[in-house]
Design a protein around this ligand. Structure first.
Ligand SMILES: NC(=O)c1ccc[n+]([C@@H]2O[C@H](COP(=O)([O-])OP(=O)(O)OC[C@H]3O[C@@H](n4cnc5c(N)ncnc54)[C@H](O)[C@@H]3O)[C@@H](O)[C@H]2O)c1
Length: 325
C-alpha cells in the first residue's frame, strides 16, 4: 500500500480523500482550515492532520502527495513535494505557466518520480470510447470538434473560465487528436470580477487541418458538458449530462453522387448509443496514479501531456489579452 498525504480539503479534496482512503494508505490530511482538519480527521482516523505542508515533506515514510489546493499554489507545492522525493498527483492545471510546468516535468524526470496532473476527463470511459471511434476510422477523417462547458457558477476569482473550465476540454481535444495546435485564438469578457473572464470563446487549428472550438462560461442558463466531433463519415457526441446516453453516434454526413455532376447532398442514417462502462473516472485516475507510483507503466507521458495543456492554455491566454482587430 502506497502511503499518501493529501493537501486541500475544500470542495474537491474530499473526493480524493475518499478514493485514496479506499485504494491506498491515507496517512496525512493537510489544510489551512482547522475546521476542515477536525471534520476530515474524524472521518479518517488513521490519517494525521496538519496545517503545515512541511509535515508531509518531512515524513520520510510518506511516498506520495496529492495536491488539491487552489490553482495558484499548485506549482509551488508540487515542486516542494518532488524535491522532497514524493510522487505527486496535482490537480489541474499543474502550473500557471509553461515554463513552470516544464520545470515540474524536469524535476520529476530527474528524481524518477511520478507527476500526474489531474486531467479527470482523460479517465472518463466515454472519452475512451470517443478516442476509439476516432482511431478506428469509424468517423472517417475528423473535420472539426467543439466543446461546450457552461453553467451558472462555480464563479472563481483566482482563475478565469479558460483556466478553470477550458483545461478540461483542452486536455480532451489534445488527447483525441494527438497533436498540438499551430494556431490559437481566444476572446472573453469579465462581467463579475474585473480581469477574470467569465465567458471565453476559443478557436484552435491543428497541423492536420482539424479545427476545434470551446465555449466556456460560468455565466450561462444551461448546464452543458458536451463534446461534438464531426467526421467525414459519421459524427459523435459525448454528453456528460446524460445518464445513459453518454456517447451518441450519428451516421450522418455529406456525399457526392457520381451521377449528379459533383453535387453534394446530405445523408442521414442510423443513430446508435454504445454501451459505456459505469466506472467512476476519479477512481480510475487515482488507481492510475497509484500504479505508476508502484512502478507500473510509463511514468513520464502524463506529466509531459500535462505540460502541453499548460502551454496551449498560456497561448490562448496570450491571445485573450491581445487587442481585437
Ligand atoms: N478535476 C476536477 O474535476 C476538479 C473539480 C473541482 C476542483 N478541482 C481542482 O481542485 C483544486 C481545489 O479546488 P476546490 O474547488 O476544492 O478549492 P477550495 O478553495 O474549495 O479548496 C481548497 C482548499 O485548499 C486549502 N489550502 C489552500 N492553501 C493551502 C496550503 N498551502 N496547504 C494546504 N491547504 C491549503 C484551503 O484551505 C481550502 O480548504 C483546484 O485546483 C481545482 O482546479 C478539480
Amino acid at each position: 500500500m502506497i502511503r499518501v498525504g493529501l493537501a486541500g480539503l475544500g470542495y474537491w479534496g474530499p473526493n480524493l480523500a475518499r478514493n485514496f482512503d479506499d485504494l491506498s494508505d491515507l496517512v496525512w490530511l493537510c489544510d489551512l482550515s482547522t475546521d476542515l482538519l477536525e471534520r476530515f480527521g474524524a472521518r479518517y482516523p488513521n490519517a494525521r492532520t496538519t496545517a503545515r505542508f512541511e509535515d508531509l515533506l518531512e515524513d520520510e515514510s510518506l511516498q506520495a502527495i496529492v495536491v488539491a489546493t487552489p490553482v495558484t499554489t499548485h506549482f509551488d507545492l508540487a515542486r516542494q513535494a518532488l524535491a522532497a522525493g514524493k510522487h505527486v498527483f496535482v490537480e489541474k492545471p499543474p502550473a500557471l505557466s509553461a515554463s513552470e510546468a516544464d520545470e515540474l516535468v524536469a524535476l520529476a524526470e530527474e528524481h524518477d518520480l511520478v507527476l500526474l496532473p489531474g486531467h479527470l476527463l482523460l479517465y472518463h470511459p466515454a472519452v475512451a470510447k470517443m478516442k476509439a471511434l476516432i482511431d478506428s476510422g469509424e468517423l472517417g477523417d475528423i473535420r472539426y470538434l467543439y466543446g461546450n462547458r457552461q453553467n451558472l457558477g462555480q464563479i472563481r476569482i483566482d482563475e478565469n473560465a479558460l483556466w478553470s473550465l477550458g483545461v478540461h476540454d483542452l486536455s480532451v481535444i489534445l488527447h483525441l487528436l494527438g497533436e498540438e495546435p499551430i494556431e490559437v485564438w481566444a476572446r472573453g469578457e469579465s462581467f463579475i470580477h474585473k480581469g477574470v473572464e467569465d465567458v471565453v470563446f476559443c478557436y484552435l487549428r491543428f497541423p492536420s487541418g482539424v479545427v476545434a472550438h470551446m465555449h466556456l462560461s460560468w455565466l450561462d442558463p444551461h448546464k452543458m458538458r458536451k463534446m461534438t466531433v464531426v467526421g467525414s463519415k459519421k459524427m459523435a457526441v459525448f454528453d456528460d449530462m446524460e445518464l445513459e446516453r453518454k456517447v451518441t453516434v450519428y451516421d450522418k454526413g455529406t456525399e457526392q453522387r457520381a451521377e449528379s455532376y459533383g453535387e453534394w447532398r446530405t445523408r442521414t442514417g442510423d443513430i446508435y448509443i454504445p454501451k459505456i462502462p459505469n466506472d467512476e473516472p476519479l477512481r480510475l485516475e487515482c488507481r492510475h496514479f497509484l500504479s505508476l507510483a508502484a512502478g507500473d507503466g510509463d511514468q513520464m507521458t502524463a506529466a509531459r501531456e500535462g505540460a502541453v495543456v499548460v502551454r496551449v492554455l498560456e497561448q490562448l491566454q496570450a491571445s485573450l489579452e491581445r487587442a481585437p482587430v
